[in-house]
Design a protein around this ligand. Sequence first.
Ligand code: GCU
Length: 596
Amino acid sequence: MKRLLISILILAGFSAHSSASLITNAYGRDYRLLNGRWDAIVDLYDQGDRMKVYENRSPEGNTDFYEYALKGGLRLEVPGDWNSQNPELKYYEGTVWYARSFEANPKPGMREILYFGAVSYRCNVYLNGKEIGKHEGGFTPFEIDVTDDLHKGENFLVVEVNNRRTKDAIPALAFDWWNYGGITRDVMLISVPDNYVENYFLRLDKDNHDTIRVDIGMSQPLAGVKVSVEIPSLGKRIEGTTDSSGKFSGSIKSGKLKLWAPEAPVLYDVKINGGEDEVSERIGFRDIRTDGTRILINGKPQFMRCVSFHEEIPQRMGRAFSKADAVMLLNEARDLGVNMIRLAHYPQNEYTVRMAEEMGIVLWQEIPIWQGIDFTDATTRSKAQNMLTEMINRDKNRCAVGFWGVANETKPSAERDDFLMSLLETGRALDTTRLYTAAFDLVEFDKERQLFSMNDPFTENLDVVAVNKYMGWYHPWPLTPAESVWDVTPDKPLIISEFGGEALYGQSGSRDVTSSWSEDYQARLYEDNIRMFDNIPNLAGVSPWILFDFRSPFRFHPTNQEGWNRKGLVSDRGQRKKAWNLMHNYYMKKKQEYEK
Ligand code: GCU
């Protein structure tokens, strides 16, 4: 009978290392980092598989030899993209083999989980010469239970990373940011009890603000396991036992809670116990919802003073990955006067998310369904659902995350609507405590009605509609800004999720000439757009594109761009442009207006 079961599991593609599970709060566990300088081989023609590089063989007799060695060659920092570490890899798109050895001392009764914060874009993972897992998606974490493959003493880990763009990928063949490749976030080995608190979700009850909803999932489907959640500062605790699937759901009557809000980002120390396992972290409780055309946080109307940034440290010309990187990006955003950041166009690292939460900055996180996605491909759809699930599972306890974005500038079609609807269903099955949105670039000037409108029925499925509109850059003004009135999804909150134009820092020129690429023109463009915002009755927030100049492979102008998208309010070297002051003043005015 057992043999039959095993063969069924193998047939069903079951692997001992299912990547479907994702441990909640990896950084709050008993972990060690496997960061540092790894050995690497650049494999442009994907020959490493044939050569079985992952077996890491070295010659024994007089006649054998190997045309590779995972020692003594190229070294790459992990975490980090390869593009910014080696000039020859600046434009590289292909396979790089990463390898390192590490000592392990697995304890009986414990499980060992290998956890990757992100690998861009796809990878196969080998431990001690055996393939143990794979993952696709450059911006979400994944894990592999390596308990059964880990050796006591030395282990050899190989990760085959590939960042080639493909039609069925997410993002697909062309996107306006650098295609960084590599093991771009932390790598950890996490030790947990055999039956551990695999996931949990704590949040304010949407209808009772003195109640906290609790869901806990143990890693094993065992009934009767003792679980508890304690919030010491409230003197509150709930305990219970798991059901036959290893899950527990309950609620804590918390009494008067100090709710998290941008102006008061209160977080509570929380302890979650399950079986032998204990996890602690800081969690905030808040309610975000819409009411007609308004966005409310804890019942208070908010104007979302937003800005976007890519996960890039421009000065280092590389992907951001560390706490220090998060400090730099978030402080520059805070100085602008924001209460929200759109983490464009993909989930960013946990340091940024957790630090924004401590700072009281609301976050919009999205998966990179960016422009040309193949909505007809069922595999692409399941990839998108998986990415959305991984993003939500990683950050569902992060009260700063207020918005889940499911698309950016997609074109209307039945396939697109069906694809995005499946994402909204996937998201809402996991989390109904956040607002679902998407950014569209379909607002047109209606000559007959002499106003700006949009026709995309899919917007009816969203809580908040977002529009990217580059008046004065990609679109000349059909009227003066003061005459430019909008009538776009008038019954829903509308966020201008992108607007702006390019300027080379330090370049002066005419306020009337777009191609001057001057700070003067960019400033005038901001003046005009800010003036137009007053004519959008359901405007609930704006977000300039973008905080920093960022690298893009299709910004070719030899003097104004040189491979940089110059729409930043801040240059690639951290210098604020004239338009920065206009945006800052506008946000100070809006802050005053809403905090009266
Ligand atoms: C689009 C897109 C951005 C892009 C921007 C631009 O709206 O969403 O990712 O960088 O336009 O053209 O600069």
